[in-house]
Design a protein around this ligand. Structure first.
Ligand code: ADP
Length: 247
């Protein structure tokens, strides 16, 4: 297994044919005694939104964990063509709504990866936090507790936390699941806008509308890659039947 971080390619073509930000071949991974991903080969295009699509348990979160570097492959090769570690935005449900944290404190935690939790934030850190909150339209909620927010506002808080890590690769686990249609639309639009800011976005989803607005899709079933390409090509009744049959 080889992991590499290189300087990003200069060409910002936002298509599934653009230069890859991440490539992997023969990639297998899982948990102790539980193999999950089997021999995956794919390229994640740079400066594009890629959706990982599949039913529950198909291995989407595990693949995100591998891309994030928190789950180590048991076989295969993984190449990162970027100069910053990825930023990972966890599922909303994984973040305690009852934690006594404000929106600002939650977004500030994004700076811990550079600064560690016990060091004071610098002026630059505060600027990055303010900029991310403004970018996500949550600056007016800065003093509110996470538990008081709507699902969409909480999701935007977590994405702002990811943005403060200043990565060129943003990984999100089910960012639109459980949101109302308007909030889902807002998040999908936002992900597309982030690409024009120079970010590569990968999100796991079983929301087909969210997948259709992506630039590229990887369809997973039982830890295997069933199909990959532009959503118009890969999301069709035949492929959907293959990944959702008796799922
Ligand atoms: P998805 O994100 O598509 O729902 P996951 O990657 O979360 O799929 O899960 C794939 C498989 O891995 C499932 O069978 C799940 O039960 C198993 N799994 C997930 N996390 C763990 C873990 N920490 N330990 C053992 N098995 C796990």
């Amino acid at each position: 297994m080889k992991t590499m971080f290189n300087t990003p390619s200069p060409s910002p073509a936002p298509t599934e044919d653009g230069p890859p930000r991440v490539r992997f071949t023969g990639l297998s991974a899982g948990y102790p005694g539980r193999p999950v991903l089997h021999q995956l080969a794919a390229a994640i295009p740079a400066f594009a939104v890629t959706a990982l699509v599949g039913p529950n348990g198909s291995g989407k979160s595990t693949l995100l964990g591998v891309l994030a570097g928190v789950i180590h492959p048991t076989a295969g090769e993984l190449h990162h063509d970027g100069d910053r570690p990825p930023a990972f935005v966890p599922q909303r449900g994984a973040v305690g709504d009852t934690l006594p944290l404000t929106v600002r404190q939650t977004v500030e935690m994004g700076r811990w990866s550079d600064r560690g939790p016990w060091r004071r934030l610098t002026r630059r850190d505060h600027t990055l936090v303010d900029t991310a909150m403004e970018r996500l339209g949550i600056a007016h909620l800065a003093a509110r507790q996470l538990g008081e927010l709507s699902g969409g506002q909480r999701q935007r808080t977590l994405i702002a936390q990811g943005l403060t890590q200043e990565s060129d690769l943003l990984l999100l686990d089910e960012p639109t699941t459980g949101l109302d249609p308007e909030a889902r639309e807002q998040i999908a639009t936002l992900l597309t806008e982030l690409v024009t800011d120079g970010v590569t976005v990968v999100h796991a989803t079983h929301d087909l509308e969210a997948a259709r607005s992506a630039d590229a899709c990887l369809l997973l079933r039982d830890g295997r890659l069933v199909e990959q390409g532009h959503p118009e090509q890969v999301i069709n009744p035949s492929t959907l039947a293959r990944i959702w049959q008796s799922a």
